[in-house]
Write a protein that binds this ligand. Structure first.
Ligand SMILES: Cc1cc2nc3c(=O)[nH]c(=O)nc-3n(C[C@H](O)[C@H](O)[C@H](O)COP(=O)(O)OP(=O)(O)OC[C@H]3O[C@@H](n4cnc5c(N)ncnc54)[C@H](O)[C@@H]3O)c2cc1C
Length: 322
């Protein structure tokens, strides 16, 4: 209406939707089919664009007197939780743009992509996975910038299963974006893409789950970590989500909303897609995925260190407990 031309540029995914070897309406319903078609047709990943050197002038009719808003909120920052796997309050995890570049550079300089596949299911510390998600979610780095750097790393130091697996995971991120383009609001319905009846819900059990008081120690550790830090490993996101859906009989959408309220790397596509998938209301041919929490704890926390680390409800802050 104001005569300003708006140019939209797609930057959300590694692969441009128009580069796919099929129309988005034909997106395979199964991730592995999608991945093999992307790899078979060597679908190009667009190179990142250079930052603009200058900004164009403001439009002639721009009103310089437009009101500005004071958006400062009177909210005290959360405690600096020293057990965090992504301590964003430290210099090593600053989530602004220079911090994003520095984080990526040190991850590659230490050759961590080579060990990613072996460490990605660990639960404690910063280095077990890339921790790219907070930067991606805030937009201080793009998936294309990461991928370009990863390809340079592979050219210099060699590709292996670990570096491949990082591409594989970033492709999951793309897949959930494309799934949204294909199915839109259907991904938010109680039944999702399935013909299943709407899920049950138990409000009291849901509340206990959010508070880390479900009574299942491994799950409760995860829920405390999430509340205290805003971050959770992929393994524990799965275990806690599965427990809510399949053991407590709660509505998967309530769980998705809880993660949305807590995660510092909240991403609507990845969050909704993963919850839908675990609830068996998405495109997974295997139906709902229940993770047995006892087996998961035995497999991934055999010495009980993770469960013990988060047994305590009170924050562990610099210089002592809060
Ligand atoms: C129930 C549930 C909810 C989730 N919600 C979110 C969310 O809100 N935001 C978010 O970024 N991720 C979400 N994930 C995906 C995944 O858990 C995180 O991306 C990952 O743990 C972030 O840590 P990282 O950057 O160290 O990941 P890495 O293991 O190092 O992976 C590298 C990158 O690949 C992508 N990736 C990895 N796993 C997945 C996956 N399963 N789905 C989509 N992309 C993936 C991410 O961009 C990640 O940064 C969710 C997973 C589950 C099971």
């Amino acid at each position: 209406a104001s005569g300003v031309a708006v140019q939209a540029i797609w930057q959300s995914s590694l692969i441009h939707p128009e580069s796919l070897p099929f129309d988005i309406s034909q997106l395979p319903e199964v991730f592995s089919t999608f991945r093999s078609r992307v790899e078979k047709y060597a679908v190009p990943i667009l190179a990142p664009l250079a930052a603009p050197r200058t900004l164009p002038p403001l439009p002639d009719n721009f009103n310089e007197d437009a009101p500005s808003f004071d958006v400062s909120l009177d909210v005290s920052p959360p405690p600096e939780e020293m057990r965090s796997a992504f301590p964003y309050f430290t210099a090593a995890c600053r989530v602004d743009e220079p911090g994003a570049q520095a984080h990526l550079a040190q991850y590659l300089a230490r050759k961590l992509p080579h060990t990613y596949k072996a460490t990605r299911n660990a639960l404690i510390g910063i280095d077990y996975s890339s921790k790219w998600s907070p930067f991606l979610a805030l937009g201080t780095i793009s998936a294309r910038q990461i991928m370009a750097a990863l390809r340079r790393f592979e050219a210099e130091h060699g590709a292996n299963e670990g570096s491949y697996w990082l591409w594989f995971e970033l492709l999951w991120r793309d897949y959930f974006r494309f799934l949204h383009l294909k199915h839109g609001v259907r991904l938010y319905r109680a039944s999702g893409l399935s013909a299943l009846p709407p899920p049950t819900h138990d409000a009291a059990a849901f509340k206990r789950w959010t508070q880390g008081h479900s009574g299942q120690p491994f799950v409760d550790a995860a829920m405390r970590e999430l509340s205290a830090t805003g971050y959770l490993s992929n393994r524990m996101r799965q275990v806690a989500a599965s427990f809510l859906i399949h053991d407590l009989g709660c509505d998967w959408r309530a769980g998705a909303a809880w993660y949305e309220s807590q995660l510092i790397d909240y991403d609507v596509y990845s969050n909704q897609g993963n919850w839908l998938y675990l609830a068996g209301r998405g495109t997974d041919p295997r139906g709902g995925r229940r993770f047995n929490p006892h087996k998961q704890a035995a497999d991934y926390d055999a010495d009980g260190r993770y469960t013990a680390l988060w047994r305590d409800d009170s924050p562990h802050v610099r210089g002592g407990m809060a």
